[in-house]
Design a protein around this ligand. Structure first.
Ligand SMILES: *Cc1c(COP(=O)(O)O)cnc(C)c1O
Length: 955
């Protein structure tokens, strides 16, 4: 068949596949909810005052086949040169067994954040391995399970240093050899908090500085290696906190940050098998000394025990930092980079300590050979000590070098008077010979190698062992590793097995076609600071995506930089702050936030230097408009913004949203509308039209980027025109001149996953997206209708409708039976489901969001399970058994239950393990019983014990 004879395919085919219920199911569901049509239901759900007038028009949707062909076209406009730019991003080889079985495997990428530990043991173990690897490499006590990127990790470390240092001066020292993008992110973070940054040479300038902490880059961004021990010791003697930003590959050969005296280490695990992706996503890491563990940001996986006293993993307490501490939270990190941390950990499992050391030695050896050749050509490296990067002065030859480099298709790092060359595990001798040609000489690698000497200073040689745990030493064959990864994913419940009805988190289909191009080298292999001409495909895609997102939201401009929803909030508030400053309103720092807000809202506001004033909610779950009016008036002179979620976190379209926007505007404030619930609005209403000034959009919710077990995500923001000048800048794009600086290390955040949202919109078109919203609302109303008689639906609008999610309220049953929301959540596991969102926004309740992608059959399976659970509660109410002795409290049931020799419970094994209607053949068995959270927090264990402990235990 020639290219002209492609089989005909209906263009809107994908919409039918993305949306779960078939047309006849939709009719049946409409009947159940008592609506005459989808559009009638929308009329009863959304206030007429916010409805958008014109239908969403995003051009003709493409079929899956057409979309992939279109993506091929975009990919072909990206050029994959060999990037030796370094600066925190390196070429790397993702082992294909990991690519196929993790990155391309929905069992891993469609999982949710492991808040329900019993169904998350696989990814929790992988993250535990990540933490162990980071602790070992950095020589520190506790590591978290990833942060967004190296720049934001440095900013988090600075904030951690500030709150734990005894020094009161609000100044932080930054190594002048830090990555420029890290410095930019630090500046952005420090400025609203009134902290000053002192940039200098630690050996020379740190001693004179009065600072709460200092960041050292190790090795330096230009490659040089110096021994920071003396500077660290002097800093600590004065009460300062030492942060070392370290390259984890280099640490296999170099003295660890812990050995150097650091309190905190941060960095990027990108070069552990994760493609550069034009900026991301990749996992940053943070490790700290034991004394700082309770103050560490991000999620930490810890070991605890289950109901049988067996070891079980779960997230440690501070995971909920923002929800517990709210405006006193010091970090807003929520979605992180779990999938990428899992990949990095598996890369370490694949190579083991010897494999990683071998890679590091080879890279270093080749760098030494490169340096020897450059010296021969008259370009002696500026530093004698380096790991993988050398920098040379280029004097008058810059132009010649640039044009030769283009000819060789090699990207180098070009600064004003110097050029840096960074090698990685993909660099071959042929590439090094190419670099020499760029510098004007034809040399032979084999010849130069004979004279090259290693350049790691002996004082910095690593002496401590790392990754001695069996997991890093027992999976050397592909068969073993394949089975290890399969074993872990089999322990988990992800979207590839069952609906994940998580309110606020929008766990919808992550279509395979959307994922396919992510691993194409034209998207994966680009360095974020490669010349823009080489990324023409990317930039065309960014421009279209920005335009589409602006059309969908009604805003005038979009920034694709923030790496998560919370980072979008932070960027949006910085835009509001800068806008007020530009008008001479420096005193506008009060941010009104309803009590029902997501925890990241107050945390982001405090990061942006704002003072949070909490606004009450009324009995209907709506923002209390009178309280809002009162507080806005009371703080009128200082009012900066309101942060409001719409439709509300209670799952209802409040009628007063326009009034709220007007009140805030009247008093000179700006409206930040949290767009996490955009899945209820796309095609029906536009925040930019009904009064909001800025919103973030969680692309990992509404726009199909998979959750990855807790990241990656993307949180672009849309703004109205007056805020457009204050969108985040980036030194690589504007030379650092933008009024608001960078919020992410890379200018387009995690660029490579923008592809997913782009294809989704491409295949849905405006009509398909609108239809998806309508069905999402129908699905939620269907569940609300079916469950209401059994578990009352807490909030509805005056027509009795919910938006795209609903809260069911079992609190009354606690009085009649003793059942807790935990019991229901854990019992759902026995029925093969992930629990809904628990206790947010209302303690003791469950918030259910089905999304449009779930079919009527799956919705019914879920409702039937909930109704069956209600019958079990009725059994307790009727006195059949006490709650402590019920299958509800013993849930989840495991193979240990079904295999128990002596069964003395007041219900049968079958009732426990295969409750009403669950399939015996397709049973999901969670590997552990109910996990004891309190035990785990009291005994915080966050990394695998070294083998020596195993040896002792065996004695
Ligand atoms: C998910 C969510 C956020 C935070 O988004 P992240 O990407 O996890 O940082 C903020 N607000 C609401 C209402 C959310 O549901």
């Amino acid at each position: 068949m020639t290219a002209h004879q492609k089989p005909a395919e209906p263009a809107v085919d994908f919409v039918r596949r993305h949306i779960g219920p078939a047309p006849r199911d939709i009719d049946a569901m409409l009947q159940t909810v008592g609506a005459s049509s989808l559009s009638a239901l929308m009329g009863e759900t959304l206030p007429a005052s916010i409805r958008q007038k014109a239908p969403l028009d995003l051009g003709k949707p493409l079929s899956e086949t057409e979309a992939l062909a279109h993506m091929r076209g975009i990919a072909s406009r990206n050029q994959v040169f060999t990037s030796l730019i370094g600066q925190g991003y390196s070429g790397t080889i993702m082992p294909t067994v990991i690519q196929r079985n993790i990155l391309e495997n929905p069992a891993w990428y469609t999982a949710y954040t492991p808040y329900q530990p019993e169904i998350s043991q696989g990814r929790l173990e992988a993250l535990f391995n990540f933490q162990t690897m980071i602790c070992d490499l950095t020589g520190l006590d506790i590591a978290n399970a990833s942060l967004l990127d190296e720049g934001t990790a440095a900013a988090e470390a600075m904030a951690l240093a500030e709150r734990s240092s005894s020094v009161k001066t609000k100044a932080f020292f930054v190594d002048h050899d830090v990555h420029p993008q890290t410095l930019a992110v630090l500046r952005t973070r420090a400025e609203p908090l009134g902290w000053s940054l002192i940039v200098g040479d630690p050996a020379r300038d740190l001693d004179k500085a009065d600072v709460f902490g200092a960041l050292f880059q190790y090795p330096g961004t230009h490659g040089g290696l110096t021994d920071p021990r003396a500077a660290i010791a002097a800093l600590k003697a004065k009460g300062g906190v030492a942060v070392v930003a370290a390259d984890p590959l280099a640490l296999t050969l170099l003295a660890s940050p812990g050995d150097l005296g650091a309190d905190i280490a941060i960095g990027s695990a990108q070069r552990f098998g994760v493609p550069m992706g034009y900026g991301g996503p990749h996992a940053a890491y943070m490790a700290v000394k034991d004394a700082l563990k309770r103050a560490m940001p991000g999620r930490i996986v810890g070991l605890s025990v289950d109901s049988r006293g067996q070891p079980a993993y779960r997230l440690a307490l501070q995971t909920r930092e923002q929800h517990i501490r709210r405006e006193k939270a010091t970090s807003n990190i929520c979605t992180a980079q779990v999938l990428l941390a899992v990949i990095a950990s598996m890369y370490a499992v694949y190579h083991g300590p010897e494999g990683l050391t071998h890679i590091a030695r080879t890279v270093h050896r080749r760098t030494a050979v490169l340096a020897a050749g450059l010296k021969k050509l008259g370009f002696a490296p500026l530093s004698d000590s380096y790991f993988d990067t050398v920098t040379v002065a280029v004097n008058g030859q810059r132009q010649a070098i640039i044009s030769h480099a283009a000819h060789e298709q090699i990207n180098l790092r070009l600064d004003e008077t110097t050029v840096s060359i960074a090698l990685d595990e993909t660099t071959t001798p042929a590439v090094i010979e190419g670099v020499w040609r760029i510098f004007g000489g034809t040399l032979s690698y084999a010849e130069i190698e004979k004279e090259a000497r290693d350049a790691l200073p002996s004082a910095l040689h690593r002496s401590s062992k790392f990754m001695t745990h069996p997991v890093f030493n027992e999976h050397r064959s592909e068969t073993e590793l394949l089975r290890y990864m399969r074993k872990l994913s089999d322990r988990d419940l992800a979207l590839d097995r069952a609906m994940i009805p998580l309110g606020s988190c929008t766990m919808k289909l992550n279509a395979t076609t959307e994922m396919i191009p992510v691993t194409w080298p034209e998207f994966g292999a680009l360095h974020p600071f490669a010349p823009k001409e080489q990324a023409a495909g990317y930039h065309a895609m960014f421009a279209t995506l920005e335009k589409w997102l602006a059309d969908i939201t009604g805003y005038d401009a979009v920034s694709l930089q923030p790496n998560s929803g919370a980072q979008g909030e932070y960027a949006g508030l910085l835009a509001i702050r800068a806008y007020h400053l530009s008008r001479g309103d420096a005193q506008r720092t009060v941010c009104l936030i309803p009590s029902s807000a997501h925890g990241t809202n107050p945390a982001s506001a405090s990061m942006a230097g704002m003072d949070v004033v909490v606004v009450a909610c009324d009995a209907g779950g709506n923002v209390d408009v009178e309280d809002m009016r009162k507080k806005a008036a009371q703080h009128a002179d200082r009012l900066a913004a309101v942060m409001i979620t719409y439709p509300s976190t209670h799952g209802v379209f409040e009628e007063h949203i326009r009034d709220i926007c007007d009140i805030v505007h009247t008093h000179g404030g700006q409206v930040y509308l949290d767009g996490a619930n955009l899945n209820a609005q796309v095609g029906l209403a536009r925040p930019g039209e009904y009064g909001a000034d800025v919103s973030h959009l969680n692309l990992h919710k509404t726009f199909c980027i998979p959750h990855g077990g807790g990241g990656p995500g993307m949180g672009p923001i849309g703004v109205r025109a007056h805020l457009a000048p204050f969108l985040p800048g980036h030194p690589a794009a504007d030379g650092g001149k933008a009024p608001v600086g960078a919020v992410s290390a890379a200018p387009y955040g995690s660029a490579s996953i923008l592809v997913i949202s782009y294809i989704y919109i491409l295949m849905m078109g405006g009509e398909g997206l609108t239809r998806a919203t309508e069905v999402a609302i129908l699905n939620a109303n269907y569940i609300a209708k079916r469950l209401d008689p059994h578990f009352p639906v807490l909030y509805k609008n005056h027509n009795g409708r919910v938006a795209h999610e609903c809260i069911v309220d079992p609190r009354g049953l606690k009085t009649t039976s003793g059942v807790t929301v935990d019991d229901i959540a854990k019992r759902l596991i026995d029925y093969g489901f992930h629990a809904p969102t628990m206790s947010f926004p209302v303690p003791g309740t469950l918030m259910i969001e089905p999304t449009e992608s779930e079919s009527k059959a799956e919705l019914d399976r879920f409702c039937d399970a909930m109704i069956a659970i209600r019958r079990e509660i009725a059994d307790v109410e009727a006195g059949r058994f006490k709650i402590e002795a019920s299958p509800l409290r013993h849930a989840p049931h495991t193979v240990h239950d079904i295999a128990e020799d002596k069964w003395e419970r007041s219900y049968t094994r079958a009732e426990g393990c295969f409750p009403a209607g669950t399939s015996r053949n397709d049973k999901y068995w969670c590997p552990v019983g109910r996990v004891d959270n309190v035990y785990g927090d009291r005994n915080l264990v966050c990394s695998c014990p070294p083998v020596s402990d195993y040896a002792q235990a065996a004695e």
